[in-house]
Write a protein that binds this ligand. Structure first.
Ligand SMILES: NC(=O)c1ccc[n+]([C@@H]2O[C@H](COP(=O)([O-])OP(=O)(O)OC[C@H]3O[C@@H](n4cnc5c(N)ncnc54)[C@H](OP(=O)(O)O)[C@@H]3O)[C@@H](O)[C@H]2O)c1
Length: 247
C-alpha cells in the first residue's frame, strides 16, 4: 500500500490530493496548522497538525509517525501562500518573509526530513507544487513568483542529486485555480476582492491539479515526469509592456 504525505491538506489543492489518494486506497498523512479542517478529511486520513516553517516541529512530527505511516512513498509539498499584490516598493516585508518561510523553508524542512528514508528504501516520489508565477512575471508577483522559482529549480536539482536512487521528483506548476482559499489569503481575508479575480472566466479547480499530480504519481517506475505546467484555457500570455515617454 502506498503512503502519501501531503502538506497544506486543510484546504484547496492539499485537501483534494488527500481525498484523491485516500479514494485510491493509499494511506494518507495530512499536514497543516488547522486541526478541525484536517479532521474533516475523514477517518481514513491521519491528521498531523504542524507548521511547516517550524523546522524542529516538522522533524519531530515525522520522526514520531506511527510505524504504519512511517515509510512515506509520496511527499507532496503543497503548503504555500501568496500575500499581497502590491508592487515591491510598497510591499510589506513581513509578508515577504512569511512567503519565503512557508513556500521555501517549509518545503525544505519536509523534504529534508523525509528524503533520507526514500533513498534508503530506493523508492519514493517528491511532488512539489510550484506555479506559473515561477516562469512568467506579473505585476505584484515579486516575492511570491521568486519563491516558486526556488521550488522549480530545487525540484530540478533534486533530480540530479537523486540520480541512481530510484527516487522521482516532479514539479507541478498551475496557473489560475479557483475554489480554494489562495486568493482570500492573498487579499487578507477580502473574499469579495478575491472572488472578483475569477469573474467571467473558468479557472482550473483543485481537482484538476489533483488529477495532474495523481497522473504523475501513477507512471511506471522508469518514468519521471519532470514538470507539469497547466493553465485554464481562459488564461494566456500578453506582450511585454513598454513605457513610452510623453510627447
Ligand atoms: N490557487 C492558485 O491559483 C494556485 C496557483 C498555482 C500554485 N498554487 C500553489 O498551490 C498551493 C496550494 O494552494 P491552494 O490554492 O490550495 O491554497 P489554500 O486553499 O490557501 O491552501 C493552502 C494550504 O497551505 C496550508 N499552509 C499555509 N501555511 C502553512 C504553514 N505554515 N504550515 C502548514 N501548512 C500551511 C494551509 O493550511 P493551514 O492554514 O491550516 O495551515 C492550507 O491547507 C500553494 O503552494 C500555492 O502557492 C496555487
Amino acid at each position: 500500500m502506498t503512503t502519501v504525505f501531503v502538506t497544506g491538506a486543510s484546504s484547496g489543492f492539499g485537501a483534494a490530493f488527500a481525498r484523491r489518494f485516500a479514494a485510491d486506497g493509499a494511506r494518507v498523512v495530512a499536514c497543516a496548522r488547522r486541526a478541525d479542517r484536517l479532521a474533516a478529511l475523514g477517518p481514513d486520513v491521519l491528521p498531523l497538525v504542524v507548521d511547516v516553517r517550524d523546522r524542529a516541529a516538522v522533524a519531530a512530527a515525522i520522526e514520531e509517525l506511527p510505524a504504519s505511516h512511517a515509510e512515506i512513498d509520496i511527499l507532496i509539498n503543497n503548503a504555500g501562500l501568496a500575500l499581497g499584490m502590491e508592487p515591491a516598493h510598497r510591499a510589506d516585508l513581513d509578508d515577504w518573509e512569511q512567503m519565503l518561510d512557508t513556500n521555501c523553508r517549509g518545503l525544505m524542512n519536509c523534504t529534508h526530513a523525509i528524503l533520507p528514508g526514500m533513498v534508503a528504501r530506493r523508492r519514493g516520489h517528491v511532488i512539489n507544487i510550484g506555479s506559473t508565477a515561477a516562469t512568467y512575471p506579473y505585476p505584484g508577483g515579486n516575492v511570491y513568483g521568486a519563491t516558486k522559482a526556488f521550488v522549480r529549480q530545487f525540484s530540478l536539482n533534486l533530480r540530479s542529486d537523486l540520480h541512481g536512487t530510484g527516487v522521482r521528483v516532479t514539479c507541478v506548476e498551475p496557473g489560475m485555480v479557483g475554489g480554494t482559499e489562495f486568493s482570500v489569503v492573498r487579499f487578507g481575508g477580502d473574499a469579495e476582492r478575491a472572488g472578483g479575480l475569477y469573474d467571467g472566466m473558468v479557472p482550473l479547480t483543485a481537482d484538476d491539479i489533483a488529477e495532474a499530480v495523481h497522473w504523475a504519481a501513477r507512471q511506471p517506475p522508469h518514468v519521471n515526469v519532470n514538470t507539469v505546467e497547466l493553465m485554464p484555457v481562459a488564461q494566456s500570455f500578453a506582450p511585454f509592456q513598454v513605457h513610452r515617454q510623453p510627447g
